[in-house]
Ligand binder design. Structure first.
Ligand SMILES: [Zn+2]
Length: 61
């Protein structure tokens, strides 16, 4: 098994990580119930629907 010739410096590994670890922005999907943008896997923020049914009261946040 190949072994690294020299340990990478902390700055090197951090720079590499920063260059390669792009975090993805929070994506939004539209609510099937009211069409408002909502976060996936979350109940809709404006109508409280999830998977075609009402799961929560209308809460503004
Ligand atoms: Zn909705």
């Amino acid at each position: 098994m190949a072994v690294p010739y020299r340990r990478k410096s902390r700055a090197q590994s951090r720079a590499h990580r920063a260059a390669n670890l792009k975090y993805s922005p929070t994506r939004f999907t539209s609510c099937k119930h009211c069409g408002e943008p909502k976060r996936p896997h979350y109940a809709c923020g404006s109508c409280g629907a999830y998977n075609g049914r009402q799961v929560r009261e209308r809460v503004e946040y």
